[in-house]
Design a protein around this ligand. Structure first.
Ligand code: COA
Length: 348
């Protein structure tokens, strides 16, 4: 464990610093046994292949925006509890399940949080969405365009899964997490640094919702129900996830001037417990440095990293002074990572 950023981190540069953290999952819970009552699957199969025991799902009429508002409210409260202001001058929402295809969901979230006429927009990078949103929000702050940005990751994949698909229904759950960023110095705890982002659009077919966009609509073919559902090629995605996340953690650590072995906690997108174990193996790090809550929430897409952060901080697995790398991978394909020394911030 390290107490401070390296001395060469610079002192005058304006940087985004984590000031608050909030998390929220809907009340509904679906256990593996409940899935096994309606699909050809079992608790044993799901646990052994994914590490997942249950997942949260929205109630009828509940939306991604509803979850985002709750998580955002909590991140603002967390910042206030840690001595900061309960305000933001921009809202950036990472989601692939917006309330409607158009307009973005973020403006409504900002209004419902009482933030007034602030800048607000969505980011679409599936399970990498939160890392992309942190990167873009950090740039809003370093450029001087914003002082405080509320960054939310929220998804309700239960609304786009094929009810008959035992694989995706076993893996995905709903949730939201949020971080409040403020302007600060790179030498402070909580300063976001070492951002690395990437994509490979030649593999866009591996994770997709085929319908609902311009490609099929312009073809003029009648909409098929199946095209509205999320599809995933599990095996190739698994291999890509392991390789891309291990490479991203290495690249981000190098950018930060840290040896990989010096990283205290790696908070990965919670895709599958076996993916986490394989990334740990590739990086030659003990798996207990990878906080995990996948057993309780499944893969919550853009919410996954902030939810894992909140649970780890709540349980004391993630402590102030830890050198942390956050890393995501998802549809697009997209991936990314960044690092920080964990600050004195308690989640709400
Ligand atoms: N219950 C029982 N059997 C299931 C099942 C379920 N819930 N889901 C799939 N199976 C079956 C398959 O139909 C297949 O049967 P077959 O051999 O008769 O055809 C068998 O299990 C093996 O399927 P496969 O897809 O090869 O399993 P897997 O070990 O790769 O595990 C995933 C499937 C989805 C759990 C795994 O591939 C995975 O986690 N991939 C990455 C997913 C991910 O991270 N996505 C998000 C990226 S951001």
């Amino acid at each position: 464990m390290q107490d401070a950023q390296p001395a060469d981190a610079g002192t005058r540069e304006r940087t985004a610093v984590v000031a608050g953290l909030g998390a929220w999952v809907p009340h509904g819970v679906v256990t593996n046994d409940e899935l096994a009552r309606v699909l050809d699957t079992s608790d044993e199969w799901i646990r052994s292949r994914t590490g997942i025991g249950r997942r949260h799902v929205v109630s009828p009429g509940e939306s991604t925006g509803d979850l985002a508002v709750e998580a955002g409210r909590r991140a603002l409260a967390s910042a206030a509890a840690n001595g900061g202001d309960r305000t933001a001058d921009a809202v950036v929402l990472a989601t692939s399940t917006p309330d409607r295809p158009c307009p973005a969901t973020a403006p409504e979230v900002a209004s419902r949080l009482g933030l007034g006429g602030v800048a607000a927009f969505d980011i679409s990078a599936v399970c990498s969405g939160f890392v992309y949103a942190l990167g873009v929000s950090g740039a809003l702050i370093t450029s001087g365009a914003a002082e405080r940005v509320l960054v939310v990751g929220a998804d309700t994949f239960s609304t786009i899964l094929d009810p008959g698909d035992r694989t995706t229904r076993a893996v995905f759950g709903d949730g939201a997490g949020a971080v409040l960023l403020r302007a600060g110095q790179p030498t402070e705890r909580g300063a976001l640094r070492g951002l690395t982002l990437g994509s490979d659009g030649t593999r866009s077919d591996l994770i997709q919702v085929p319908g609902g966009g311009s490609r099929l609509r312009s073809a003029g073919e009648p909409a098929r129900d199946a095209d509205a559902y999320f599809t995933m090629a599990g095996r190739p995605v698994f291999g890509q996830a392991v390789r891309r996340m291990a490479d991203s953690v290495r690249a981000s650590a190098a950018e930060l001037g840290w040896a990989v072995s010096d990283v205290d906690r790696v908070v990965l997108h919670q895709a599958n417990a076996r993916i986490t174990a394989a990334v740990a193996d590739r990086l030659d790090l003990p798996v207990d440095r990878f906080p995990s809550n996948i057993g309780q929430v499944g893969n919550t897409v853009a919410a996954s990293i902030p939810l894992a952060l909140a649970d780890a901080a709540q349980e004391g697995v993630l402590r102030p002074g830890h050198r942390v790398v956050l890393c995501g991978f998802g549809g697009g394909l997209t991936w990314g990572a960044l690092g920080l020394v964990w600050p004195q911030v308690k989640p709400v």
